[in-house]
Write a protein that binds this ligand. Sequence first.
Ligand SMILES: *[C@@H]1O[C@H](CO)[C@@H](O)[C@H](O)[C@H]1NC(C)=O
Ligand SMILES: *[C@@H]1O[C@H](CO)[C@@H](O)[C@H](O)[C@H]1NC(C)=O
Ligand SMILES: *[C@@H]1O[C@H](CO)[C@@H](O)[C@H](O)[C@H]1NC(C)=O
Ligand SMILES: [Fe+2]
Length: 349
Amino acid sequence: MKLLFLFLLVGVSWASYVKMKEVQPEQIHLSFGDATNEIVVTWSTFAQAKSKVLYGVHQTNKVAVGGSTVFVDSGKEKRKQWIHKVTLKDLAHDTKYVYKAGSDSGYSEQFSFKTPPAGEDYPLRIAIYGDMGVNNSMALPFLKRDVSLGLYDFILHVGDFAYDMYEENGRVGDHFMNMIQPLAANLPYMTCPGNHESAYNFSHYSHRFSMPGARSSLFYSFDAGAAHFVSISTEVYYFTQYGLKLISDQYQWLRDDLKRASSPENRRKRPWIIVFGHRPMYCSNSDDIDCSVEYTRVGLYGFYALEPLLKEYGVDIALWAHEHSYERTWPLYDGQMYNGTTHPYTDPG
Ligand SMILES: *[C@@H]1O[C@H](CO)[C@@H](O)[C@H](O)[C@H]1NC(C)=O
Ligand SMILES: *[C@@H]1O[C@H](CO)[C@@H](O)[C@H](O)[C@H]1NC(C)=O
Ligand SMILES: *[C@@H]1O[C@H](CO)[C@@H](O)[C@H](O)[C@H]1NC(C)=O
Ligand SMILES: [Fe+2]
């Protein structure tokens, strides 16, 4: 009887330990909301829990409440996690905040972030890269150091995460999100999808990241400083099994977005338009088809070509990833290099 009682006690506390662990927040990361003084906090738990963020300037004396959705990986195990999103609205600009994410069943350690200054007239400091996995992520220690020194306003991860997030029934994705937490819990981690996110119709990408606008969309834009940033999915041109409509939807959205961003009034405020997407329009690597089959640049059989669209609205910079090499080009259009003027970058002719 005594033994049984003891056994029951151990059983009960083991169960409560597991329960406690399941509601402990992990994979905490930030993104910009509808403006740079709005921050979305996203994290995961493995059981249902409330979604709260305790935050403030010096101490966590304010509470913001959000909600969660159940995300089920489409692999064999049908692993389930709750993805929590809480939006911190109307934050002061140029201000450091501290916060903890979780619920009354368990909060995270304390993290901090600094909002960018108000207006447009300040230098943006961004770390930009693509193609970082859980293995051989050699830049990570340097990024951690730089982020802890407050050197960046945000990060742009230009597609291809974890290799791949869906692997091992989504555990590789969880591992990756925890790996980048020291970065992404302390500054906005802005993204676009790459080819390695294609599994199950990009569901790991669209569930795990909370980008502005329609929150699970494959494309969106945001303003920061003197620039308008546009995130596109080059992958809609390649993974056409998920729907050709995505190509025309994105094209129309992009045209409208660029039109708005390049109106005289908006250009005066934010002279720079920066587009980023995963697969490059130009690259000189010799290895594979990606540098010669330029679906995004010239379109699918001539339809929905992006290069003429970017030219029409005067996009200033295009950032790509995918090739695992660093390249910078002179101004280019339609396969021609434009460097014959005195200031080719600002006036390519
Ligand atoms: C990453 O490393 C782990 C452990 O060394 C290994 O099991 C796994 O296969 C590697 N993954 C890739 C994609 O190389
Ligand atoms: C894939 O997801 C997109 C939304 O991101 C949706 O519009 C599309 O219909 C989906 N395709 C399929 C085949 O389910
Ligand atoms: C233009 O680019 C080519 C190839 O990189 C280079 O040889 C040439 O010097 C450049 N012209 C100017 C004016 O910089
Ligand atoms: Fe890639």
